[in-house]
Design a protein around this ligand. Structure first.
Ligand SMILES: *Cc1c(COP(=O)(O)O)cnc(C)c1O
Length: 386
């Protein structure tokens, strides 16, 4: 079943809904590496080896393809395995333009691994279409976008950049981790490939590592299927099951995450200890207008800068409910220190130039009671004054 009426319904029933063999309402965990064949070349329904295909993983892959309105879905052992598989579409000598504050791991795999195979990249300000146009040379084959981008929540006009890419015969790849298909569908805006770290909102409970890819058409889908099977970074059946389970409640969770984020953003924006706040979900903050046209709302990630008189280390230590940790998108609120955590692999001068400075904090509000979260932030800010 695909693309039923509304996404809240699709989240629960799209892809492969249950199990036709037994009537089980959930997709079973097919914990198997291989499948008996009835004769040479005679598989039962095409299943032959679980790196190539596994029914639990396949159900997840159909589900994410439906949710992102694409042709084919692929599940990987991590977001980085998904990113890596997509980068393997390219050849030595090709170049990729990337949003200038992409996820640190994406930067690192390009900078330290793919560069050794002569796949080059350049950071560009994808929020500025003229800047993108200037950077397109004959070797450029793709534009890799995050919107909102990590951690300053910079918004890129996905429709505009996709159309520039299309005119120049480049692929548009969007890392949609921060928004999820519940809030934003990049393929509908002209992108060719969507990538997710499903470790974050899609899984939603900070209990698994997973990555997903969706292609717009089956030609790209065939290439990705080949790469997935040839390189083998697949998601295991049990984790595929957990992820399907997580996705079922995505709408409920995202609604609460966003509601909490808006309230916290408003609160922090008026707080005397805060120098600057980044959140594309408030009308008077940058990125709001473009984001409103391409996404349901501003999402749930917030970054903010404490004034100089406040000590970030002390702030993190003082928090009682909100925890200092890598990652985001779980039901529990997490904060992180981008300069030394998520973006540590970006050179310091580039970090400072981008605004990823020492007093910058990234917050992923969970689904706890908002009064408790605001009280926790307030007391930690008070205690961090030097
Ligand atoms: C976490 C993250 C990744 C990497 O995903 P893993 O599941 O940690 O491998 C990629 N992109 C973004 C935007 C992320 O937040």
């Amino acid at each position: 079943m695909s693309n039923l009426k509304h996404i809240e319904t699709d989240l629960i029933h799209a892809g492969i809904d249950g199990d036709s063999f037994t009537g089980s309402v959930n997709v079973p965990i097919y914990q198997t590496s291989t499948y008996q064949q009835d004769g040479i070349g005679k598989t039962r329904n095409g299943w032959e080896y679980s790196r190539t295909g596994n029914p639990t993983r396949f159900a997840l892959e159909k589900l994410i393809a439906d949710l992102e309105h694409g042709s084919d879905g692929f599940a990987f052992a991590s977001g980085m395995a998904a990113v890596t598989a997509v980068l393997q579409l390219f050849n030595s000598g090709d170049k990729i333009l990337i949003t200038n504050n992409v996820y640190g791991g994406t930067y690192r795999v390009l900078d330290r691994i793919f560069s050794r195979f002569n796949l080059s990249f350049e950071s560009v300000d994808t929020s500025n279409p003229d800047h993108v146009r200037q950077k397109i040379t004959p070797d450029v084959k793709a534009i890799w976008i995050e919107s909102p981008a990590n951690p300053l929540l910079t918004i890129t006009d996905l429709k505009l950049i996709s159309s520039i890419a299309y005119e120049n015969q480049l692929l548009t790849i969007v890392d949609n981790t921060f928004m999820t298909p519940y809030l934003q569908n990049p393929l509908d805006l002209g992108a060719d490939i969507v990538v997710h770290s499903a470790t974050k909102y899609l899984g939603g409970h900070s209990d698994l590592i997973a990555g997903l890819v969706v292609t717009k058409d089956s030609a790209l889908g065939k290439e990705l299927a080949f790469i997935q099977n040839a390189t083998g970074g697949v998601l295991q059946p049990f984790d595929s099951f957990l992820l399907i389970r997580g996705i079922k409640t995505l709408a409920l969770r995202m609604d609460r995450h966003v509601e909490n984020a808006v309230k916290i953003a408003r609160h922090l924006d008026n707080h005397p200890a805060i120098k600057k706040i980044y959140y594309p979900g408030l009308p008077y903050l940058p990125g709001y207008e473009i984001n409103r046209r391409q996404a349901k709302n501003g999402g749930a990630m917030i970054s903010f800068e404490l004034k100089k008189e406040y000590n970030v280390e002390q702030f993190f230590k003082s928090l009682q409910i909100i925890r200092l940790a890598e990652s985001l998108g779980g039901v529990e609120s997490l904060v992180c220190h981008p300069a030394t955590m998520t973006h540590a692999s970006i050179p310091e001068d580039l970090r400072n130039q981008l605004g990823i400075i020492q007093n910058l904090i990234r917050l992923s509000p969970g689904i706890e009671n908002i009064k408790d979260l605001i009280a926790d932030l307030n007391q930690a800010i008070t205690r961090s004054k030097v």
